[in-house]
Design a protein around this ligand. Structure first.
Ligand code: GLU
Length: 390
C-alpha cells in the first residue's frame, strides 16, 4: 500500500468450459466477489460465447476489493499482482481476460504489460479491452452498450414500438449503461430514470444522457443536470432509491449493474413489460417463472450483453493478425453477429415455445453439444461404427 504496509487480497480465476476454444471472460474488482459467483459468471460466459458463435469457452476472474478505496498506484500494484499470480493460468491460446465491473482499459493495460514482462514476449492477444495504444480495438468500450441497443432494436421491431412512446428506466450508470442509454436516446426513447450504487433520479420528461455522463465523470455522482458545453444546471427531478427504480411504471426496464437485483423479494413490484438484462444475472431464477406468468418479456443477459465479448473476439483476431480494424468495420461486424444471434434465439423461442432465456441456452448447448460430439464421445467409440457413420 502507499503507506508502506502490506495487504493481501483474495482473487479468483475460473475456467468453466473450453470445448469451443480458449476460455474467455472478464476480471471484476468488487467487495462482494465470491468463488461461487465467479464460477457462475464463468458458466454464463460459456453460454454467451456459444450464443454468439464465437470460438471461445467461458471463464471469469475477480478480486475481493473495494477499488474506490485504493489510490491509482495501489490499483496498479493490485492489477499487476493479480497477473503475477495468474500468468501461468492464462494465455492467448488458453484463457483471455477482459474488463468487467470496476475494471477498465487502464487495468487491462497494466495487466498485459505485466504478462509481457513475465513471459518476455509481446502478447497483446492475451487480454482484450486494452487501451487502443496497446493494441485495443476501436469500438470495444461502447460494444456492450451497442450490442444491447441492437438487441432492443430487434425487440422493438417485433413489438412495433414507437421509440418516443417508450419510457425507459436504467439501473446502473457504468460504461455499458451509458452507451445503451445514449443510443436509445438518439433513437427517441425517453430515459426517465437512472441510478448508480448510491441511488437514482427520476423525471417524467426524461434526462439528457450525455449531460448526466459528463457530470458523473466529474463529480462521480448521478446528478440531474443539463449541460450546454461545460455549463451544467440542475433540472427538475425526484431522487429515488434503486428499489424504487426497479418498481417504476415504465415500458422497458434495463438492469445494468449487478446480479440478483430482481428476486422473490421484489418481483411482484415490477411493473415494466419488458426487462432487458445488460448486467449479468440481474433476474434470479426463482423469480423468473412468476414474471413470465405475468406476461413479462425478459431478454436474457447471455444475448443482450454479448456485444462486449464479441468485440473482444474482434480485438483478439486483430492482435493475432497484426491488422487493426476501422471503427466502421467493428460496428458492422458487431451488428451482423448480434442480429444473427437475436434472430436465432427468437426463432427457437417461437418454434419451440420457449422463453427467450431458454431458447438462448438451447442455441448455446446445441453448439457445445456438436463440438463435444465432434471431439469424439465414449458412446461414439463404443458403438464401433465411427468410420461407417458418415
Ligand atoms: N466482462 C464482459 C462480459 O461479462 C466481457 C468479457 C470479455 O470481453 O471477455 O461479457
Amino acid at each position: 500500500m502507499d503507506d508502506g504496509s502490506m495487504r493481501y487480497f483474495q482473487g479468483f480465476r475460473c475456467h468453466y468450459n473450453d470445448v469451443l476454444g480458449p476460455t474467455k471472460g472478464g476480471i471484476r474488482f468488487h467487495p462482494q466477489v465470491t468463488r461461487a459467483e465467479i464460477q457462475a459468471l464463468a458458466l454464463w460466459m460459456t453460454i454467451k460465447c456459444a450464443v454468439l458463435d464465437l470460438p471461445f469457452g467461458g471463464a471469469k476472474g475477480g478480486v475481493v476489493v473495494q477499488p474506490k478505496e485504493l489510490s491509482p498506484m495501489e490499483l496498479e500494484r493490485l492489477s499487476r499482482a493479480y497477473m503475477r499470480s495468474m500468468a501461468d493460468f492464462i494465455g492467448p491460446d488458453s484463457d483471455i481476460p477482459a474488463p468487467d465491473i470496476y475494471t477498465n482499459s487502464m487495468v487491462m493495460g497494466w495487466m498485459v504489460d505485466e504478462y509481457e514482462a513475465i513471459k518476455r514476449v509481446r502478447a497483446p492477444a492475451v487480454i482484450t479491452g486494452k487501451p487502443i495504444a496497446l493494441g485495443g480495438s476501436r469500438g470495444r468500450e461502447e460494444a456492450t452498450g451497442r450490442g444491447a441497443y441492437l438487441c432492443i432494436r430487434e425487440v422493438a421491431a417485433r413489438h412495433n414500438w414507437q421509440p418516443d412512446k417508450i419510457r425507459v428506466a436504467i439501473q446502473g450508470f457504468g460504461i455499458a449503461a451509458y452507451h445503451v442509454a445514449r443510443l436509445l436516446q438518439k433513437d427517441g426513447y425517453n430515459i426517465v430514470a437512472i441510478s448508480d450504487s448510491k441511488g437514482g433520479i427520476y423525471s417524467d420528461k426524461g434526462f439528457n444522457i450525455d449531460s448526466l455522463w459528463e457530470e458523473k465523470q466529474n463529480s462521480k455522482q448521478v446528478r440531474a443536470v443539463y449541460c450546454e458545453q461545460s455549463v451544467c444546471e440542475l433540472v427538475e427531478h425526484v431522487e429515488i432509491s434503486n428499489d424504487e427504480l426497479l418498481a417504476l411504471d415504465v415500458d422497458l426496464l434495463i438492469p445494468a449493474a449487478i446480479e440478483g437485483v430482481i428476486g422473490l423479494h421484489n418481483c411482484d413490484s415490477i411493473r415494466a413489460k419488458t426487462i432487458v438484462e445488460v448486467a449479468n444475472g440481474p433476474v434470479r431464477s426463482e423469480a423468473e417463472a412468476s414474471l413470465a406468468e405475468r406476461g413479462l418479456t425478459i431478454v436474457p443477459d447471455v444475448l443482450v450483453n454479448a456485444g462486449g465479448v464479441t468485440v473482444s473476439y474482434f480485438e483478439w483476431v486483430q492482435n493475432r493478425s497484426g491488422y487493426p480494424w476501422s471503427l466502421g468495420r467493428v460496428r458492422e461486424e458487431l451488428e451482423a453477429r448480434m442480429t444473427t444471434a437475436v434472430h436465432e434465439t427468437f426463432r427457437i423461442a417461437e418454434s419451440e415455445q420457449r422463453t427467450l432465456r431458454n431458447a438462448a441456452y438451447v442455441l448455446a448447448l446445441r453448439r457445445i453439444g456438436q463440438a463435444v460430439q465432434a471431439h469424439g464421445t465414449k458412446e461414439y467409440f463404443q458403438n464401433g461404427d465411427a468410420q461407417n457413420s458418415a
